[in-house]
Unconditional design. Structure first.
Length: 556
């Protein structure tokens, strides 16, 4: 059906979504013919530009105005939106960054003034796949700038997949979608056009049902959606949302999803380690349980998450905000992720830091017990690890890594170092803040148990409440000092809220002399495309029951 009435309850305005912590959208129902899927796929290619849009869509930034969430019902459990014509300033900033990479400039070749939608249509090969479909005649007259894909709960056994496409002319959109359906070949697939949105589904009745549900209550007006998308900050080019119902869906369907959380029918029941370090497969389990109980409970209590990918202040940024229940039930870092990392030398090439709460090692063992096999199997694994290392677990492990620990790679790292050829010259070390005397005592246990030459990399230096551990004495002497990485421009530009972060990953692409060459040896094209990179930061932190995540990538 086609009408000019906007969905009830719709309110124009910006839509805010977060980044990286987004839960996966529910999978498409297994029922339905190939023709239906072919039609829906064709509609998404044209309307959403899903085929190949991942790269090209990154050339734009979300602008204000009506958003696809207005055309979806509040029962939507998973949502991903996109905008292909953002405001001019943000769009220019995106192209400035992306065109620094030869692969983008040479193979995509788009600029801020280009017609991105036409470029996607051409590069996706839609015209070749659909004989007689012409962009200028059949698509351009009605295709808007925003779109989304979603999984909607309509009370059926599986969520219903749908696409929402902004349209500028309802009649022309109906004609264009009919052309796409004709291309699919069997007349399946349907749509419902209301106001400036076309809802596309596998059947006409499903599209109309989604439209009817939206008229009762839209996703845009849902309080939980507003909460998470509002907290994530400025909207971006790609936006994601998972509703609380997504957690229940995953918990209920773990036995049918191929996820690497643990043993399933036909898989091993866990692993075992012999005293000489040999890994053995343990007997198979058939209890149907994939996730540890704590993670299942976390899914049941899940309260939602949102994410956004955007261009911000010269960086590509992925930000997420959402429920931290699952994290708190498994492993929750403190706010000391930068306590040691920030004291590394300012020219550090790469580092990973984490703040560790009391009891973290026991909780980790409990989680591993659920994944690798409960009861005797996990107890045996712990006992064998204790025999091999000489440690008393979990207490010695918690002592060894202290309150805050960081793994660092030095500025003068060479490609040969990373390939393992340098041995004791490798500028890598672990720096730990804790009880230095107790840490040295645990190290002595390990050295005595494993003996030479395996204990050679476990050199250590202490200063106050800090211990540095690694194979290179010169590098240990360097990192045991108080450096100022935390005050460096490269670090501050990619790691925000460092003083709250529980975990941080930092990479300085400009450090050293060709330390990334090992990753691109013999591949000049890859080397050229790594050249513009400046720094990468990944940080996570918690504020009560809310989890935050931020990934920032900058260029020179």
């Amino acid at each position: 059906m086609t009408s000019s009435t906007p969905p009830a309850g719709s309110q124009p305005g910006p839509e805010y979504l977060e980044q990286g912590g987004g839960a996966p959208l529910a999978p498409e129902p297994r029922s339905g013919g190939g023709g239906r899927k072919a039609f829906l796929a064709g509609a998404i290619v044209v309307g959403l530009a899903a085929v190949g849009a991942g790269v090209w869509a990154a050339t734009s930034f979300l602008a204000s105005g009506p958003q696809p969430a207005e055309a979806l019902p509040a029962s939507t459990i998973g949502y991903a939106s996109i905008d292909l014509d953002p405001s001019g300033g943000q769009k220019i900033e995106a192209f400035r960054m992306l065109n620094k990479f030869p692969a983008f400039e040479d193979k995509i070749g788009l600029n801020a003034d280009d017609d991105i939608k036409r470029a996607i249509f051409d590069r996706a090969g839609v015209a070749q796949a659909c004989d007689g479909l012409d962009y200028s005649r059949d698509i351009e007259p009605w295709l808007g700038d925003r779109a989304a894909i979603a999984a909607v709960d309509l009370g059926k056994a599986q969520p219903t997949p749908a696409a929402v496409v902004q349209v500028t002319d309802g009649d022309a959109a109906a004609d264009g979608l009919a052309k796409i359906r004709e291309c699919a070949g069997d007349g399946t697939g349907g749509w419902s056009i209301t106001g400036e949105w076309a809802v596309i589904a596998q059947t006409q009745s499903l599209a109309e049902e989604i439209d009817a549900e939206t008229s009762k209550a839209s996703l845009a007006d849902d309080e939980t959606f507003q909460k998470w998308t509002g907290e994530v900050g400025d909207a971006g080019v790609v936006n994601l949302y998972a509703a609380p119902a997504a957690g229940d869906y995953l918990a209920d369907n773990m036995d049918s999803l191929d996820l690497p959380f643990g043993p399933t029918s036909g898989a091993s029941g866990g692993v075992s380690m012999s005293t000489d370090g040999e890994v053995q497969v343990m007997p198979e389990r058939h209890d149907g349980q994939q996730l540890p109980d704590g993670m299942v409970e976390g899914l049941r209590d899940f309260q939602g998450v949102a994410a956004t990918l955007r261009f911000d202040d010269g960086a590509l940024e992925l930000e997420s905000v959402g429920d931290a229940t699952m994290t708190k039930q498994s492993f929750s870092a403190t706010d000391a992720g930068d306590d040691v990392l920030a004291t590394l030398p300012a020219d550090t090439a790469a580092a990973v830091g984490v703040g560790l709460p009391d009891g973290w090692a026991q909780r980790l063992l409990d989680q591993l017990s659920g994944v690798l096999g409960n009861g005797e199997g996990s107890d045996q694994l712990v006992a064998q690890a204790e025999q091999w290392t000489g440690l008393a677990l979990p207490d010695d492990l918690e002592t060894l890594l202290g309150d805050s620990t960081v793994l660092a790679i030095g500025n003068d790292v060479e490609p040969g170092d990373l390939s393992g050829a340098a041995g004791s010259d490798l500028p890598v070390g672990v720096k730990v803040k804790g009880d230095a005397q107790a840490i040295e005592g645990v190290l002595d246990k390990v050295r005595k148990r494993i003996g030479a030459p395996m204990s050679e990399p476990l050199h250590s230096r202490s200063a106050g409440d800090t211990v540095a551990i690694g194979p290179n004495d010169d590098y240990l002497a360097e990192i045991i000092q108080n450096g100022d990485l935390g005050d460096s421009e490269a670090f501050r530009d990619v790691v925000r809220e460092a003083d709250q972060a529980g975990a941080i990953l930092f990479v300085n692409f400009d450090a050293g002399d060709g330390w990334l060459d090992v990753l691109t040896e013999g591949d000049q094209e890859a080397r050229d495309n790594l050249e513009p990179l400046k720094a990468l930061g990944v940080s996570t932190w918690q504020d009560g029951d809310t989890g935050h995540g931020l990934v920032r990538l900058t260029t020179d």
